[in-house]
Ligand binder design. Sequence first.
Ligand SMILES: Nc1ncnc2c1ncn2[C@@H]1O[C@H](COP(=O)(O)OP(=O)(O)OP(=O)(O)O)[C@@H](O)[C@H]1O
Length: 345
Amino acid sequence: MIELVGISKTFNGKQGPIHALKDVSLSVKKGEIYGVIGYSGAGKSTLIRCVNLLEKPDQGSVKVKDEDLTKLSTNQLRKARGDIGMIFQGFNLLKTATVYDNIAIPLKLTGLDKENVKERVERYLKIVGLEQKHNAYPAELSGGQKQRVAIARALSFEPEILLSDEATSALDPDTTEAILDLLLKINKELGITILLITHEMNVIQRICDRVAVMENGEIIEEGKTKDIFTAPQHATTKKFVSSLFSHNIPEDILANLNKTGQVVTLSFFGETSGEPALAKVSKEFDIYPNILAGSITQLKDESFGQLVVHFQGDQEIVQKALQLLENNNVKVEGVTLDDSHTGVY
Ligand SMILES: Nc1ncnc2c1ncn2[C@@H]1O[C@H](COP(=O)(O)OP(=O)(O)OP(=O)(O)O)[C@@H](O)[C@H]1O
């Protein structure tokens, strides 16, 4: 659906050139929710703005629905952009217009007649749950409600793709959850492909099928959300994942525990696979795992759990127990003193 190949973009900064994107390639499938995560300055905004050519890359191709947007005339590009909606952190609403007009005005500018404009505004305000707010002005709305208006405005053009530029970054945690639920609903019920950028791992965790991690204008890791959560490779990815699972065990306690046995992290999917497997090994090998920390979190399609466990006793038996856990699809990783600085992931 979206195919970025070898995108580069350099800005002229005051202190010399800034290589915001360096040979970035990315592919988003139809119907997918794809997240790009990175710290400030990683190049996320530049990347997402390249998808609808708000930013023109210096090199590379931007294919949307098999059409290379960099090769289109102004008119053709305007038409192609009709398939790509966008929402922003700052909502970008017209302050002096009502909720209704914020959606209706851009639609009227496309030449749509009054009846159809009315029908669309009402349909999409209903989808975002704001049918009671037609006559309100943006100043009378909460942040979450303003983002809902912005989403309804984007949807009113009936795009196949929605780009989300940090849409939940200005919102409190509860409102963020509600907006993420709305994005999931839009994806599932309207079949809209979503490409989002964020610096918050919980956004990736809750709704993304796949994720790319960006740093210094490059994609440093990419994959299914599930795989990135269970086996992050790059130090930055590990940091993002551990921001959600900060099972910080104080260093001196960890050092003492390591003297009397082994401390491991067990990662598992689904509600059933982790604890029963642990109960099974303790029974079979007559060992007593001591659970030090644990968490369970909901990914888009399944739950993901982690337990930090101390295994005491005969090392040979413990190794056999850990092997059995692995055979039961539980991922086993040793916890070292170094891990405790950033949290166990
Ligand atoms: N128009 C511009 N002119 C000059 N430099 C720019 C411009 N736009 C972005 N940059 C620089 O390019 C780099 C990448 O910026 P970008 O906004 O894409 O990163 P980001 O990951 O989205 O970060 P943030 O979340 O802080 O916006 C940064 O060093 C930024 O200062």
